[in-house]
Design a protein around this ligand. Structure first.
Ligand SMILES: Nc1ncnc2c1ncn2[C@@H]1O[C@H](COP(=O)(O)OP(=O)(O)OP(=O)(O)O)[C@@H](O)[C@H]1O
Ligand SMILES: Cc1cn([C@H]2C[C@H](O)[C@@H](COP(=O)(O)OP(=O)(O)O)O2)c(=O)[nH]c1=O
Length: 229
């Protein structure tokens, strides 16, 4: 019996995690889990965790590990029958260890994109705050300039997407991501993709996943995903 498939996609801001994880979810029928979307849902629902998380996001900070794991791990408990791809978690070693103590990952995709490309992409990135939907004036512009395609609401730019903020963000990402990358490399499940254009990287990701993901329709075994936390 084919087993379920669980993966994580990692990369610096602007590397294409959101864009590529959407493509993977559609192509392979995986459930896409996004820590950022999940936080926004909690903020919109005014949950205790959402209210707390908002105080960090408004300052451009990462949400504390214990808040993130308490938010996300119960969500994974509902997913024992699903194959999924997680975007945006883990972002710290503590989060990776919490995830490892509850779930066996099959594969981790790490995007290694040059600084100049990130800077260019983020300077043109516009976001619909409530949904997290992402647009780029060059790569995937909205139908109506400055407006979200679905809601028609205004798009914004994140202050920390501006070039002057990116250098510090990138340095922080590299410092925090390195132990996680080393951990998954030691587990033999890390696959790194480098380049400046997603359309050139995509065929490699597509062929890797085609060999790793159980065929559609084969019976899937249920896999526990949390053993208490
Ligand atoms: N795993 C996480 N741990 C801590 N904070 C998180 C985590 N995931 C998301 N957040 C917080 O939620 C905010 C929104 O997350 P989201 O992934 O949507 O945007 P982002 O971090 O700006 O992503 P990008 O890499 O596209 O720039 C982040 O800036 C961060 O403050
Ligand atoms: C993947 C990709 C994204 N983009 C744009 C879309 C977004 O506005 C921005 C970042 O993509 P996004 O998927 O939001 O990256 P991440 O989730 O890793 O932060 O760059 C391109 O211009 N070209 C690309 O090849």
């Amino acid at each position: 019996m084919a087993k379920l498939f669980r993966a994580v996609i990692m990369g610096p801001p602007g590397s294409g995690k959101g864009t590529i994880s959407e493509r993977i979810a559609q192509r392979f029928g995986l459930t896409r889990l996004s820590s950022g979307d999940f936080i926004r849902e909690n903020i919109a629902a005014n949950t205790d965790a959402g209210v707390l998380a908002k105080t960090y996001i408004e300052r451009g900070l990462l949400v504390p590990d214990h808040v993130m794991t308490r938010l996300l791990l119960p969500r994974l408990e509902e997913m024992t029958r699903h194959s999924w791809l997680m975007d945006g978690f883990p972002r710290t070693l503590a989060q990776a260890e919490a995830l490892n103590s509850t779930c066996d990952l099959d594969l981790v995709i790490s995007l290694n994109i040059p600084y100049e490309t990130l800077k260019e992409r983020l300077s043109d990135r516009w976001i619909h705050p409530a949904s997290g939907r992402v647009y780029n004036m060059g790569f995937n512009p909205p139908h109506v300039q400055g407006r979200d395609d679905i809601s028609g609401e205004p798009l914004i730019q994140h202050d920390d997407d501006k070039p002057e903020a990116l250098v510090a963000r990138l340095r922080h990402y590299k410092d925090v991501a390195k132990p996680i990358i080393d951990l998954y490399k030691s587990k033999g499940i890390l696959h790194t993709f480098s380049g400046t254009e997603t359309d050139r990287i995509w065929p490699y990701i597509n062929s890797l996943l085609s060999t790793k993901i159980p065929m559609e329709g084969t019976h899937r075994t249920q896999r526990p995903c949390t053993r208490g936390y």
